[in-house]
Write a protein that binds this ligand. Structure first.
Ligand SMILES: O=C(O)CCC(=O)C(=O)O
Ligand SMILES: [Fe+2]
Length: 357
């Protein structure tokens, strides 16, 4: 095996160094990659024939979709999902937002959480990360104990749009997180590292899923709430519009889970997820998305995920990740008496109490 690998290395080097014409050199370079690179980059997983084959070998995703009523062709025979509980009126047009969400996989609403974000900025020391280098800090919260987080995860417009989208009750799937992104490299650096012959393994070896085009858990919908102003000069998410309409599957998480930049850019319109603090980005996280890193381009988000009931998991509450501001008033709890049925049901898969871990 080691002998085979070193022969491959020699062939790669020879191919990439001996060819002088730029166009031919770029072709030679492509062929000189590890074969797994081609599989990951070009034989992506959403062509119909590949999907049939992959779903036969790896049926879990499609089965989970069916089980939770997310495949239109499958009658809701087994384990029909819970119908959405009754909602009181939302502060925005549910029908129009749900239609745009269904068509595009993404809807950006500036100012939706301006009040909650202002409160979070007052309470937590997020701005000190503006002085950091290459940091990804995060903290998760029990939304019942932190009123601003509670207001975001129980927002009536967001929950009603997701209920409409799933055709059933959305459940909070993880604890909401406050996340700071402060990379010390740009996307150009990152793309270079993926392509470099010397670091040919970087693409396959990179475990930071968010930098590569990927999709999340089956049946998941998400929001990002901008806690800092996010524009194209700061790190931001990119979303491939309409890519949520395709079913995705993979054979091996390391080799064909990620899509190449070339493939996504040539097949989809790319939406940069930008907007001032308070903006909500609603997205179907089975569409393709990725973090676009901008060197020292500070960004702070609240991230929240829902599903119709599958894969509910609770990351431990890590109170250390982002400190509370010294002298800030004690955190107010969410007033659960003010919640309607839809909101209460959305929290119903949370364990009764969560202790910091
Ligand atoms: O950090 C980002 O912009 C990407 C986040 C992401 O992949 C996710 O929230 O699922
Ligand atoms: Fe993701």
């Amino acid at each position: 095996m080691a002998g085979l690998q070193s022969t491959w290395q020699r062939v790669r080097r020879a191919l990439s160094q001996r060819v002088k014409t730029p166009a031919l050199r770029s072709i030679a370079r492509t062929f000189a990659h590890d074969p797994r690179y081609h599989y990951a980059c070009f034989h992506t997983t959403d062509t119909a024939a590949a999907l049939l084959f992959r779903n036969a070998l790896k049926p879990k995703r499609i089965f989970t979709k069916g089980l939770y009523g997310q495949l239109p062709v499958v009658p809701k025979v087994f384990g029909a999902p819970r119908p959405p509980a009754t909602a009181t009126e939302a502060r925005g047009s549910v029908a129009d937002t749900a239609r745009r969400f269904r068509e595009d996989g993404i809807v950006i609403i500036p100012g939706l959480f301006a009040k909650e974000v202002a409160a979070l900025r007052e309470r937590y020391e997020i701005d000190r990360f503006r002085e950091s280098r290459n940091c990804y800090a995060g903290r998760r919260f029990d939304p019942r104990r932190e009123a601003s987080m509670g207001a975001i995860v129980t927002d009536r417009l967001v929950l009603s749009v997701f209920a409409e989208h799933f055709g059933c009750q959305p459940f909070l799937q993880h604890l909401p997180g406050l996340v700071v992104t402060m990379p010390d490299f740009s996307d150009a650096d990152y793309q270079r590292s993926l392509r470099s012959m010397d670091r040919g393994g970087a693409y396959l070896g990179n475990k930071n899923a968010n930098l590569n085009w990927h999709y999340d858990t089956v049946n998941q919908v998400s929001i990002h709430v901008h806690v800092s102003d996010v524009d194209t000069r700061t790190s931001h998410m990119l979303y491939a519009r309409t890519s949520h309409l395709r079913h995705h599957n993979y054979l091996h998480h390391d080799y064909d889970y990620y899509y190449s930049d070339e493939y996504v850019r040539s097949h989809y319109e790319i939406v940069p997820c930008v907007g001032p603090a308070g903006t909500a980005v609603l997205f179907d996280s089975n569409g393709l998305h990725r973090l676009y890193p901008v060197s020292r381009g500070y960004r702070c988000l609240v991230i929240v995920d829902w599903s119709p009931g599958n894969d509910c998991a609770y990351f431990p509450i890590n109170e250390e990740g982002i400190a509370s501001r010294p002298g800030a008033a004690p955190t107010a709890a969410l007033n659960e008496l003010t919640l309607d049925e839809l909101q209460r049901a959305s929290l119903s898969k949370l364990p009764a109490s969560l202790t910091p871990g």
